[in-house]
Design a protein around this ligand. Sequence first.
Ligand code: NAI
Length: 555
Amino acid sequence: MACSKLQEIDQDVVRPDKTGVDLLHDPALNKGTAFTMEERRNLGLLGLLPPRIFSPEEQVLRTLTNVRKKATDLEKYIAMIALLDRNETLFYRIVIDNIEEMMPIIYTPVVGQACKQYGHIYRRSRGLYISRSDKGRIQQVLRNWPNKDVRVIVVTDGERILGLGDLGVSGMGIPVGKLSLYTACAGIDPSQTLPITLDVGTNNEAFLKDPLYMGTQERRLKGAEYDALVDEFVCAVQDVFPKALIQFEDFANHNAFRLLEKYRNNVCTFNDDIQGTASVVLAGLFSSTRLTKTPLRDMKILFCGAGEAAIGIGDLTVTAMMAEGLSQAEARKRCWFMDSKALVESSRQDLQEHKKPYAHQHQPIGDLLSAVKVLKPTAIIGVSGVPSQFTKEIVEEMARNNKRPLVFALSNPTANAECTAKDAYTWSGGRAIFASGSPFDPVTLDGKRYVSGQGNNAYIFPGVGLGVVACGARRVTDEMFSEAAKALAEMVTDEDLATGCLFPPLTKIRDASVRIAVKVAEVAYARGFASEPRPKDMAAHMRAAQYQPVYKKYI
Ligand code: NAI
């Protein structure tokens, strides 16, 4: 039972609807050793806890000390999720106050390792699973969820988890991780979030044979049957949680683009891999203009990869270039794509629909180095999921052609990055403006310290979610994502840029989320998508509604 369901006595004093062991076992209500003597007496807790009462600060110290002692990052992840299962308030206190340390543990890159081994490290169920056998009763499954005021759902079918491919239901770590960031970064109440995995089978050969795999050990559902299941899910959400935003996450690109097109104009939904990625990368491009003095409209971008992330970034960049005066055709001509086969160009007969707008007339080019030599881009953006694609020759060629070449190695997790921060700075003589998908440590080269930025979607989606929830938006539009990109870029200081970083520090992420949320809500009000009355001071209204990881006083 969530705090929001408790009978409010005054602002911070509440009467929990549980006592004794049940109270200790409810992570939303539990305070562990921080229950006061009065609470222990009143709520049937005497004898159930060690006698000494600890302050929240002491609890933080004990937990952080223990987590930091763990030998591996995966063990740290397991310890943090175990904490979330025991004491939600303490978990969020620690994550919010130590966001730079904790985000890579509870989300990328470590969540990737956790997903790969989900069935093996499993402790306790979290989130909701909807299986193909639930067809015809998905509403009933949704109604089993204990919290009724769900506002943000993150759903995956596990087919393309990070850059790791088909992990089936083991992908549940992703919705769980993303929603914990909605709370930590934007202050969405955890009781209003719901992680969901659609168990539509898996084509992962290892998982099909793994005795500990936790999903249906059948091949993936396809075609009309798959579409019908997703459709029933989306309709059931409208009935059971009518105010919920549905974020599609880590679907393979053959479904992601289709589903986005199918639902974006009639349901409150977005796809973070396409639109969220696009927004954070666009923010990086906006910030880079202050270093290169090259406006967005004059950039030429070569993408390595032509999937969800790449096309999403391309589409939003085109919209932003059009806002700077280019026609759509001119803007598209500034975006070029390499896929797994070759340059995307008009003579190719094998192109999927989402690539066709970028199939410009050009001679075929088979490899990235040749493409960099011929096209002379100002930016290369790696989003293929294939590691080490930005070789020394490629970065050197970029540095030959540009005073400040943009090198974005966005593939996740860290092992899949196109090159490291150190490589980019070394090979370009310190001139590259580098950003990555997973974090890299600062690099010192010839006495200068470089702090590369992480183009982390977590800068964007929590703020978008907060904006949508606050104004009751009925749709999520591309305009919201480009406004979000602008708001994020505006937060980057000259000091951030001087070290080479295109994004504000993660420590400012709660502030960034509110600024983004305000912009998102403004778009919703301007376009008639908002359903809540407009508050006088939107930012203050949002800040006041944010979840705070502070124990309430129980009577
Ligand atoms: P996707 O599966 O939709 O697309 C992958 C694309 O890469 C496909 O177009 C494929 O043809 C192409 N590709 C494969 N091998 C290639 C090669 N050798 N050379 C050139 N292209 C090749 O995957 P999605 O969603 O676009 O993600 C790709 C990568 O981007 C993943 O590693 C993911 O983790 C990362 N990503 C990073 C984000 C960030 O930093 N904020 C956000 C979203 C994704």
